[in-house]
Write a protein that binds this ligand. Sequence first.
Ligand SMILES: [Zn+2]
Ligand SMILES: [Zn+2]
Length: 733
Amino acid sequence: MTVIHVALDVPVNRLFDYLAPNADSADIGRCVRVPFGNRQLSGIILSVSNLSSVPERKLKTAGLIDQAIPPLPQSLLELFEFCSHYYHHPIGQVVMNGLPALLRKPGYTTSRIPKQIQEWILTDAGRIITLSDIPARSKTKRQLFSLLLENGIITADIYKAMSPHSRKLLHEFKDLGWVEQRTALPGKFAFSTVPTLAPTTEQAHAIAEILARIGTFTPWLLHGITGSGKTEVYLQVAASLLAQQKQILVLVPEINLTPQLEATFRKRFPNTPLVSLHSGLNSSERLQGWLQAQCGEANIILGTRLAIFTPMPRPGLIIVDEEQDHSFKQQDGLRYSARDLAVYRARQANIPIVLGSATPSLESYHQARIGRYRLLQLHARAISQAVLPAIHCIDMRVTPAQERLSEPILDALRQSLDQKQQSLVFINRRGYSPALLCKSCRWIATCKRCSSRLVVHLRNRQLRCHYCGDQQPITPACPQCGDPDIMPFGHGTQRIESALIKQFPNARILRVDRDSIRHKTAWQTMLDTIHQGKVDILVGTQLLAKGHDFPNLALVCVLNADSSLYSTDFRAEEHLFSQLMQVAGRAGRAHIPGTVLIQTEFPQHPLYLALIRQDYAAYAQTQLKERKSASFPPFVYLAVLRAEAPVLAEALEFLHQTAAIATIAKEYAHIQLFDPVPATMTRLKGLERAQLLIQAVSRKCLQIFLSDWHQRISALPARSKLRWHLDVDPLTL
Ligand SMILES: [Zn+2]
Ligand SMILES: [Zn+2]
């Protein structure tokens, strides 16, 4: 009997066995349709054997094994297995989540996948044939062959246009050994005429270093300030690998917000097949791109975190741009870090990986400091005239302000308007104001389903919860005491926009946040407006900070950064520093010197002092010291067990139970389990949440412990309405 072991999208961590009389090891990695209960499911064959733990009479027979799509490469299957093991997530769900949605869809037939285009090339044997070897009466035959002699190749559109018999004739040539058939590459491989920029000394050094270790697993941390030209390093290293017919995987945080990198790659390599994989694609576009990567037709694969699961037969280089960005970590389902998996993939394929950032994550920076990663630094801006922006703090304890806008900021905006330069006012909070408050009884509008305040959206006269999306009309009076004098408290982008309109009635002001770019095309339209110089003052959230060059932007004003300074989240400060460096980096690119003004009540805070000096290294070292003394990553390894239930007590009780069944045996001596506590955001979407933190001195210890513990928890009797999950290397606690 032949048994296939199939990964299916079901929440059980095992493979499912089916009889498949004709299957053999060549089918490993192929898609198969199988009966499951009273349904038909699509799955992936992970192994083939003649054994099953299920008695033969109970085994069902598998349906069709899909031969149209090449099997998933072994390396990808290994990545899935690693992922399932490391993140303690069911293997079938890991595999099926990593595939394009259409392949997962039961009933989807691969006949709908467009056939690959074939082309014919002349063989060495064909080259010595002359036209006189072909009888003169076979006119079409001669015509076809003369074309082959001339070009060495003939593509489908050409031979089809010539004669309906071409295909048959080409097959005759093939039988004679004169030509070979191959799958066409979309677009010929050639280098662009767009000139590569002459690298700066630092860039040239970085490029040479990386290229010197091509073909070996080498993790590089490319730390370069904004404007230092990290992209040029990516491009020139990529060019060298593309010339060796290698594939390049480029991971970016959010493609819709950072279309510039994609555009740059396309411009530099116009004839190189590039696929872009992100959530903005429809499912058939996504499948197409994925298949092109899988068949080796696409040489550049650019995508967001999910693209880490793209099969590549000829991998040569992985680039993770803005490696510190939190969007590389998936926050639900399989909670993986695409950046960390990228390092795994590079090691597996024995290729270099470049992690690029202006403010590397402390994890990566630490790896570079202890020598596990190699550090490359770009200190200077690539355009020689461009200087770093001057950063100043405005002490809000002594400076008067109206509507959160201090005098120095209003003056600077006025001056910038006079000089016809653009300004950016950064406030990382959308909506009109973050709370609605009753002055008489201190009542605050809160969400019924979450432990959060409702945000005032004045334009739509609505109160919205930014966590669950709930919305309701603004109440005309306080529901608690009836006082009609309820007022918006605090500032969001909309309120600042209104205040600026009042201050500068003639300025062209544009607000950019998630509310204003809700429509798919809105973002591009806004970018165009900004680039065409039709905007004087931009008001926006960190959306604006992400990878955009605004050549005429000279002034950046930061309004409310302080809120992250004394947060309970140990990563909040690191995140703030990175965000402010990014937003400050927008000022004064090209040939305009930039100014950055930051309003704060803590002008002496080490974060601001380091920011003023734009000294990432010094800041990172202080932070790392603090993390070390407080036992936080990267000096320890964390996992969080989270539970949610309609009532908090149930979630806590469950966590206590899981703690009780954890065996902290001798070999786990370096594991510490903390007491279950309510989550910072206790109520979310009507459920109450609690968590239990696990800390370990090594990744290995943590993994050994978690494997055992996860099994024990899974074996506990299921409780209705209680859900739990394990988050390994969590970003937030
Ligand atoms: Zn009241
Ligand atoms: Zn809510």
